[in-house]
Design a protein around this ligand. Structure first.
Ligand SMILES: [Zn+2]
Length: 98
């Protein structure tokens, strides 16, 4: 998982999940305070991992199972939530000196 570029402090899983939920909010290292921002590729991966399953489920699986719209929507939200819990394993942050 992502470490701080400056002091190699390991970012917490929670910090990364909250960063993603906060629409890719920069993470400040809890040790040295340097700001790290998510890189472009990671944003792309995150969107892909959330949107693709949501679309496949919403357009293919749910109608085939005859699920109601509110239930489909609820399950998509739940799915996106569960997927987001695994995202810290994939995303990369970078440190830009200002
Ligand atoms: Zn640091």
């Amino acid at each position: 998982m992502q470490k701080c570029y400056v002091c190699s402090n390991q970012f917490k899983w929670k910090e990364i999940v909250f960063s993603i939920w906060g629409s890719y909010k920069p993470i400040e290292c809890s040790h040295c305070g340097k700001r790290h921002t998510i890189n472009f590729v990671s944003k792309f991966i995150v969107s892909l991992l959330i949107i693709v399953p949501a679309v496949v489920f919403g357009l293919l699986i749910a109608p085939a199972q005859g699920l109601s719209k509110p239930l489909t929507f609820g399950l998509i939200v739940l799915m996106a939530f569960v997927i987001s819990l695994f995202l810290p394993l994939f995303v990369k942050y970078e440190y830009k000196q200002r």
